[in-house]
Design a protein around this ligand. Structure first.
Ligand code: ATP
Ligand code: MG
Ligand code: MG
Length: 549
């Protein structure tokens, strides 16, 4: 039984299985290897692979590799890694549209033979002009009535490399007066001398996306070809190509709305611009909405899949608040991340009435005793969060102030006796004393409300901690076509601080997740963290929602 919420696509599949139209389903996820996958792709992956899983069907991974200039092996490998990391596995071997280049060529010859395709010599500019507009019908190209024999010869010569790039195209002969511009004799092959990651220099003509996609789907026996709404207008072309070829299988295309996530962008092309302009540190920069960026930041596959479930699948606008993503991630981390103490903005505290050291046992997770426990150390030299001290406390202040008391978590009640300042008047050290009778016990005769975390300097380790904020300062940075989205980059999207962590994390492997008590969820950096050496943590998400204020 399906685990995910129902949606219109599941309703269609239920109907197809009930009517016997299909006995099982085959879906596909068809990325172009021209960039790293982003959160929008994660939605499509969860949908396509999730359907296959829930209906005991199959889902193919197919690279739509028909634009050789923009595609690379690195991208193709990263896409496979990301799909697997999200928890999915494709059926059989990876498929490539380029596996079908011979078939695609032969099908084009079939269209020519049927009088349904012709070689056109118009320049791209002329073609655009002849195509017409939404209001105005297009005009037939003067080359539209070439004979079948002439077209066959010219197409073979295109393939043989006798013409320059862009000199000719093969077009489907459909209807230049169609109200759907996609049906006005779309190009199906173009000449492009570019090295292809799979076929090398074997081809100098490449099939166009719309023509390739439907045939690839049919050759793979896809039952439900699910894509985003901008392809709705391309569906008549999808069907026209398959209706006119001797190909038995005719998959049905269904469209759903693209995910857009606020305060970020979901376009590979624009994400590539951020990478190449070095506004971020690569595709997997933890501020990026790429799957590899979210991974490096510490998001979990389970949390991302839960996010995909929550946003659902429909045809209506899907502009989603970042709080939905962070909520799903936080809930997962709350359940799985052990808790430890870190101090990210350290203020030195000297305990004037204590010598030596002691440790107390503390659980890694209050609800999960099976996570075990560790020893939390106390000593005469501590660090606390600078924010936990206020010389002039605001109303309702429950943390430390001059002459006031707080409880050090897992430890004693401490009073602040003196604040030491530098020449500029900044507090650089607190001199405090503890109540020796309060180790794990309430003090007598008074209530101490505030509890703060701390680390004993002798037992803590220094760590680099990377704090991330939203990448853009506005919810829809690329909404206005006339404004460069770089304008809205948040200059404070990354803050690197030097803090301290409990020594127990010393040997943590890269990609280990923790809750730093009172601070949020953090993850050791996949690239820069060295177990037993330089410790580097990324803040995955804060403890509370900071988006919907
Ligand atoms: P981009 O515009 O970012 O390059 P794309 O659609 O061109 O995206 P593809 O590599 O063709 O990228 O995408 C593979 C699949 O992922 C497609 O089926 C596409 O519909 C889906 N997809 C891409 N972006 C989104 C999104 N924002 N929301 C949902 N699905 C998406
Ligand atoms: Mg695409
Ligand atoms: Mg694209």
């Amino acid at each position: 039984t399906p685990v995910a919420a129902s949606n219109f696509i599941r309703t269609i599949i239920d109907g197809d299985l009930a009517s016997g139209r299909h006995s099982s389903i085959v879906t596909r996820f068809p990325p172009e290897p021209n960039g790293y996958l982003h959160v929008g792709h994660a939605k499509s992956i969860c949908l396509n692979f999730g359907l296959a899983r829930d209906y005991q069907g199959k889902c193919n991974l197919r690279f739509d590799d028909t634009n050789p200039e923009k595609e690379s092996e690195e991208y193709a490998l990263s896409i496979q890694e990301d799909v697997r990391w999200l928890g999915f596995e494709w059926d059989g071997a990876v498929h490539w549209a380029s596996d079908y280049f011979d078939d695609l060529y032969n099908f084009a010859v079939e269209l020519i033979n049927k009088g349904l395709a012709y070689v056109d010599d118009l320049t791209p500019e002329e073609m655009r002009e002849y195509r017409g507009t939404l209001k105005e019908a297009g005009r037939n190209s003067p080359y539209r009535d070439r004979t079948v024999a002439e077209n066959l010869t010219l197409f073979a010569r295109m393939k043989a490399g006798e013409f320059a790039d862009g000199e000719k195209v093969l077009r489907a002969k459909i209807d230049m007066a169609s109200s759907n511009i996609n049906m006005r004799d779309p190009a199906i092959y173009r000449i492009r001398r570019a090295h292809h990651i799979r076929t090398g220099d074997q081809w100098c003509i490449y099939p166009m996306y719309d023509y390739t996609h439907c045939i690839s789907d049919a050759l793979e026996g896809i039952t439900h070809s699910i894509c985003t709404l901008e392809f709705e207008d391309h569906r008549p072309l999808y069907d026209w190509v398959l209706d006119n070829l001797s190909i038995a299988c005719h998959p049905r295309q269904y469209e759903f709305s693209r995910l857009e996530l606020q305060y970020t962008i979901t376009s590979k092309r624009k994400l590539l611009q951020l990478v190449t302009s070095k506004r971020v540190n690569g595709w997997d920069d933890p501020r990026m909405p790429t799957i590899s960026g979210m991974r490096r930041r510490g998001y979990t596959p389970e949390g991302i899949r839960e996010f995909a479930k929550r946003i659902g699948v429909s045809k209506s606008g899907n502009n989603v608040d970042m709080a939905v993503m962070e909520g799903a991630i936080r809930e997962d981390l709350e359940a799985i991340a052990p808790r430890v103490v870190a101090v990210i903005n350290p203020l030195k505290v000297t305990i004037t009435n204590y010598e030596g050291a002691l440790t107390r046992e503390a659980d890694f997770h209050p609800q999960h005793p099976e996570f075990g426990s560790r020893q939390v150390a106390f000593g005469p030299e501590l660090v606390i969060e600078a924010d936990d001290f206020a010389e002039v406390p605001p109303d309702g202040w429950k943390r430390l102030t001059l002459g006031g008391e707080i409880r050090l978590r897992h430890s004693y009640v401490m009073r602040c006796d003196e604040a030491i300042k530098d020449a500029a008047g900044n507090v650089i050290e607190l001199r405090c004393s503890i109540d020796h009778a309060t180790l794990g016990k309430n003090p007598e005769g008074r209530k101490v409300k505030g509890v703060i975390h701390f680390l004993s300097v002798a037992h803590a380790l220094p760590a680099e901690i990377r704090l991330y904020d939203r990448l853009f300062t506005v919810a829809e940075p690329d909404a206005d076509k006339d404004v460069d989205f770089f304008t809205y980059l948040n200059p404070e999207s990354l803050t690197v601080v030097q803090g301290y962590v409990e020594a127990v994390v010393q040997d943590a492997a890269p990609e280990t997740r923790y809750q730093f008590e009172r601070l949020g969820y953090f993850c050791t950096d996949r690239r820069d963290h060295q177990p037993g050496g330089k410790l580097v943590f990324n803040r995955t998400v804060t403890l509370k929602d900071s988006w919907t204020k």
